[in-house]
Design a protein around this ligand. Sequence first.
Ligand code: 2P0
Length: 321
Amino acid sequence: MKETVAIAHPNFALVKYWGKKDSNQNRPAMSSISVTVDSMISKTKIFKNIQSNHHQLFINGKEESDLSKILPPLEYLSEFSGTDEYLVIESQNNFPTSSGLASSASGIASFVTAYEAHYNLCLDINHKVEASMLGSGSAPRSLIGGFVFMDHKDNYRCSQILKEPEWPLDVLICIASKEPKKISSREGMRASKKTSPIYQDWLDINHKHIDLALNAIKTKNMAALENVAEENCKLMHEVMKTSIPSISYMTDVTYSCLSEIENLRSLGHKLLYTIDAGPQVKIICDPTSSEIIKNRIIETTDVIDIIHAGIGGPPEIINES
Ligand code: 2P0
């Protein structure tokens, strides 16, 4: 029986998406910019389900009862394949799932890539963006390697700002906890849009942050990228905090990483941090500083682990024999 396997990498936003324009179509209310990382992988295998007459999704070997993220992309793509086959979808992550490490983005991007190849569809990027976005608003960015811009003013067009080898930075993912998050991004975004008094300010500043980050990336200006990415990150977490109920994904371990980052900066290391919907701290730095930064964070904080990644590429089909 035909099986198709694809891999995709997570991406971390430097200008973030937090809030939807339209929940039904899962459309972000703002543009975003991200970096795709290489060592973290979602691997998704699909094949025809001959055992039952419904789709089945397994994540890390466990069958999921909630198919709400996978069915919308699947239904969208089945318009192109013209098939009403039921599928088994087996997805595995080599990193903690649902804990602020963008497993939805890489999981959905790997599924869309596998589906396209399984049915020989040759979709253009805009259709793959549309399919991925129906599953997760950050997933289209994982369809592309390097630094990626998702433009909400141009129908969510996703484009590459720099290819992965063009600015060879390292990404250190400091794992503060492997527990799944208690409030999903979806619930959190809903609460922020409805209740945060600074949600409108967050929307209003998006355009400025996008311009600053685009310019910083194109000119490979680490200091300028640090300023805009950290300001954007702090503002998103302030939007979360001022929501009702107040949302906080950070823990004491997160804060101790931030304090060590300031120490490292005062020693002259070039680095920036970002934090998403989870307690993990992602550090982007010059590769010459990676080992020192890693050792210092391990020595001075209670992080469980640090994943050492580089800038990643687009999804790939892999043959498993
Ligand atoms: C981002 N995050 O831009 C932001 C920053 C988390 C914080 O996109 O509801 O899993 O499936 O569209 O994409 C995480 O949210 O949410 C996210 P849905 P998603 O990376």
